[in-house]
Design a protein around this ligand. Sequence first.
Ligand code: SF4
Length: 331
Amino acid sequence: MLTDSFGRTATDLRVSLTDRCNLRCAYCMPAEGLDWLPKPEVLTDDEVVRLVGLAVTRLGISEVRFTGGEPLLRRGLTAIVRRVAALSPRPEISLTTNGIGLDRLAAPLRAAGLDRINVSLDTLSEETFVKLARRDRLGDVLAGLAAAATAGLTPVKVNAVLMRGINDHEAAPLLRFCLDHGYQLRFIEQMPLDAQHGWRREEMVTADEILAELKLGGEFALTPDDPTGRGSAPAETFLIDGGPQRVGIIGSVTRPFCAACDRVRLTADGQLRNCLFARVENDLRTPLRAGASDDELEAIWLRCIAAKLPGHGINDAGFLQPARPMSAIGG
Ligand code: SF4
């Protein structure tokens, strides 16, 4: 088992399948994009499936989430999902996407074995979408959401990041939209993981502010959900008007949940990260390509988890943002 020195066991593997993306979200990367990982450094489909297989069959991983960059850009995505779904024990398989292309891929991914999906949606305004993502693709995202629901990837979860002075007034409209469509909305505090290192705490919209914004005008009566039901889930959930519908808040910065963390990450270029904010990575790609055995690869996983820190340290004096940006780590 992947148990760290604080007694937390990693059972949730986040796999970034690419660092490339077809959006340029302001809280993630500069408008001109980034220098993408050279193709030879990116794990092949067989390498991804071998490492995920090892983690599931030998290391107690029971959940696998595919992320990016934008995972829908990965040509072999559907085949990878199908091969991971064939593993025994079968892990729960989920995906985090910006939704572009999901209208075409939702049904094939579902048929391949995808269980759950999270789609990023920060605004309902085309103008604000262009301002935030520097692309005019809101319609594609909304079509992707509808296709995910039709394909049975329910409950479809929506992730929203609010930026001060840009879309922070849209908390209630986003919630109303999701309730009307049966989507489960979660707001995520903006984290210091952008490639341009432009994150400023005072510009971040906090969990408290999001809750206040949602309660404004009395449209939604929010009550805390049963905390015992949270487990290691990042989202703190609130019942809306007594339930059963809920809204989630992921207060990574102001309400950290590291004490119950069960996550470990694999990057598209085969580096293991024991935390989203890890400043040290463990290389799996080089030994893998050099013919390492499963025992040798397993030893690297165990070493990585053994070195896991108690938390992200964002609120500690001297916090340093990791060199690798969010777009090359994945959610
Ligand atoms: S910041 Fe790191 S330790 Fe905290 S919950 Fe996220 S991955 Fe886990």
